[in-house]
Design a protein around this ligand. Sequence first.
Ligand SMILES: NC(=O)C1=CN([C@@H]2O[C@H](COP(=O)(O)OP(=O)(O)OC[C@H]3O[C@@H](n4cnc5c(N)ncnc54)[C@H](OP(=O)(O)O)[C@@H]3O)[C@@H](O)[C@H]2O)C=CC1
Ligand SMILES: O=C(O)C1=N[C@H](C(=O)O)C[C@H](O)C1
Length: 255
Amino acid sequence: MTDEQWRNPDEPVRVGVLGARGRMGIEVCRAVDAADDLEVVAMVDQGDGLSAASDAEVVVDFTTPDVVMDNLRWCIDQGINAVVGTTGFTEQRLEQVRGWLAGKPGVGVVIAPNFGIGAVLMMQFAARAARHFESVEIIEQHHPRKLDAPSGTATHTARQIARARAEAGLGPVPDATKDEVPGARGAEIDGVRVHAVRATGLVAHQEVLFGTTGETLTIRHDSYDRASFMPGVLLAVRAVRNRPGLTVGLDALLD
Ligand SMILES: NC(=O)C1=CN([C@@H]2O[C@H](COP(=O)(O)OP(=O)(O)OC[C@H]3O[C@@H](n4cnc5c(N)ncnc54)[C@H](OP(=O)(O)O)[C@@H]3O)[C@@H](O)[C@H]2O)C=CC1
Ligand SMILES: O=C(O)C1=N[C@H](C(=O)O)C[C@H](O)C1
C-alpha cells in the first residue's frame, strides 16, 4: 500500500457527488453530510469539471444517461470507487464498465437501478412470483420531469421477470390484442409489457401485475420522498471500497 492509498480508518470517507444540484444530488449531499463517518469533499454539477472530485474516495453519480459513462470512465481511470444511480445501463454498457475495471483491480463500482430498499424487495418478490403466473405487466409511475422512459427500475424488473419465466419454461405472455393506436399496449422489454405514466405529484412508483386463471397478484412499491433512496445510497457508499469490480443492484449488499 502506498502512502497516498493509506487512510486513517477513524477519518470520514471522502465522498464526491456528481449531479450535486439535481433532485437526487441535493438529497445525497444532505444525507452524506449528516453521516458522522462520511464527508462531502466535492459537489460537482454540469460545467464544474470532474477534477473537482479528484480527492474523493467514493464518487456518487446521479446525473443523466448521456454523461454517466464519461463520468464513470474518469472515476475508474483515477482509481476512485463509484456508486451510480443514474439510469441508462444496458447490458452493453455494463460490459464496457467491466472492461474498464479489469485494468483497475482495486476499484469498486456499484450500479443500482433503484436504491430504495422497498423497491429492491419489490423486484425480488416480482422475480419470485414470475414463474407462477402466465400474465404479467409492469406499470411505472413518475414525476413529469423525469427524462427517460421506461424507468431503469421497470427495465430491470422486466429483465428479471423474463429470466425467471424462461427458467420456469413459461412461453410468451398470452395477448391476442392488436394495437389500434401505436403504443396502446406499452413498450415490450424481453417479452414483458411496460407502461410509463407521468404526472405531477408523483415521485417514483411501480406496480407489477400478475395474472393466472381466476386470480391476480399486484406487487406495488411507492417512493413518496427521495429520502427513501438514501439508506441504500449510504449502504453502497460504505460498502463499495471493499467490493472491487462491478456490483449491479443492491441485492448483494442487503444479504
Ligand atoms: N437509482 C436510483 O435509486 C435513482 C435513480 N435516479 C436516476 O438518477 C438520475 C438523476 O435523477 P434526478 O436527480 O431526478 O435528475 P436531475 O435532472 O434533477 O439531476 C441531474 C443533475 O445532473 C447534472 N448534470 C448534467 N450533466 C452533468 C455532468 N456532466 N456532470 C455533473 N453533473 C451533471 C444536471 O445539471 P443540469 O440540470 O444543468 O443539466 C442536474 O443538476 C436519473 O437518471 C434518474 O433516473 C433517480 C432517483 C433514484
Ligand atoms: O428518475 C427518477 O425519479 C427515478 N429513477 C430511477 C428509475 O428510472 O428507475 C429510480 C426511481 O424510479 C426514481
